[in-house]
Design a protein around this ligand. Structure first.
Ligand SMILES: NC(=O)c1ccc[n+]([C@@H]2O[C@H](COP(=O)([O-])OP(=O)(O)OC[C@H]3O[C@@H](n4cnc5c(N)ncnc54)[C@H](O)[C@@H]3O)[C@@H](O)[C@H]2O)c1
Ligand SMILES: [Zn+2]
Length: 257
């Protein structure tokens, strides 16, 4: 497919403006890639309620044993090895078809970008698991390098610049979102014509409230999720079918106008 537009949501040389599509993705878009969600039927928290502690800032900072378990989870978990699936690829096809698209993702797996979405069109509300960040001096470095230190026998590698506690560059429970990223997400949400919430239980705020904000500002709200969400009654369209087939079908319909 070829793209004749500038993809920025601006009309191009007098051609008809194409609607801006915002896609809010959650863990459910990546389950087909082998990364379990938190709250779905096979979600991590239904199987191991203690797992919530591993992504809660206060526990992480105060308990070396939680940090040791977290590093093992990062080392052994599926996120870093996962490949994009049909749903991530369908989003890229929509973008390459010339439709202005912005992805707002709660996921930290980087699979939208790995599938081919341009970095600048993906807003990672909850950060990324592909990098680490020092909790004291905020310096960022690669997850690979930190995991090499874990493999070499350090159960809780410290920041090499200041000795502070290192964590993945994700937003844990109890931490605030990056205001710049959230601000951009709010702007996209208010400006979009279609807002698709896909694979999210819409229970984590402020990400979830973007669905309501989109509807308040007149966007068509589409929710693609196997289970009910608190925003279902505000949706113009509800899709309960599996994301791996439902999202490609929905986006093809949108690309066809
Ligand atoms: N891949 C990741 O990066 C990842 C994985 C787990 C959790 N998280 C983090 O945890 C938080 C979890 O909240 P959330 O709302 O994103 O996820 P969630 O676990 O709360 O909800 C996921 C939803 O997706 C649905 N779902 C799962 N697979 C599906 C499929 N194939 N077809 C249709 N529906 C499907 C489930 O029914 C569930 O309602 C996020 O903030 C995210 O940062 C990220
Ligand atoms: Zn540091």
């Amino acid at each position: 497919m070829t793209s004749g537009s500038d993809n920025n949501g601006n009309s191009n040389g007098g051609s008809k403006k194409r609607p801006l599509v915002a896609i809010l993705s959650g863990a459910g878009i990546s389950t087909d890639s082998g990364i379990p969600d938190y709250r779905g039927p096979n979600g991590v928290w239904r199987r191991d309620p203690e797992a919530e502690k591993l992504v809660t800032y206060a526990y992480y900072m105060s308990d070396p044993e939680i940090r040791r378990r977290s590093w093992l989870m990062r080392r052994d978990g599926p996120a870093l090895r996962a490949r994009p699936n049909a749903a991530h690829e369908a989003v890229v096809r929509l973008e390459r078809a010339g439709v202005p698209v912005r992805v707002i993702t709660q996921n930290v797996d980087g699979l939208h970008q790995l599938a081919g979405m341009p970095e600048r069109k993906v807003l990672e509300l909850h950060g990324t698991a592909r990098a680490v960040q020092c909790t004291r001096c905020k310096e960022r470095s690669s997850m690979e390098a930190a995991l090499e230190r874990v493999a070499a026998g350090d159960p809780d590698p410290a920041c090499e610049s200041c000795g502070g506690i290192l964590k993945s560059a994700t937003v844990m429970f109890g931490e605030g979102l990056d205001p710049a990223v959230l601000g951009e997400a709010v702007a996209v949400t208010k400006a979009c014509d279609v807002f698709i919430a896909v694979g999210t239980s819409l229970q984590v705020h402020p990400a979830a409230s973007l669905a309501g904000l989109a509807a308040d500002h007149g966007a068509r709200l589409v929710i693609v999720n196997a289970e009910p969400t608190p925003y279902d009654d505000r949706a113009d369209e509800l899709v309960r079918e599996p994301i791996g087939t439902a999202l490609p079908a929905l986006l093809e319909r949108i690309a066809a106008g």
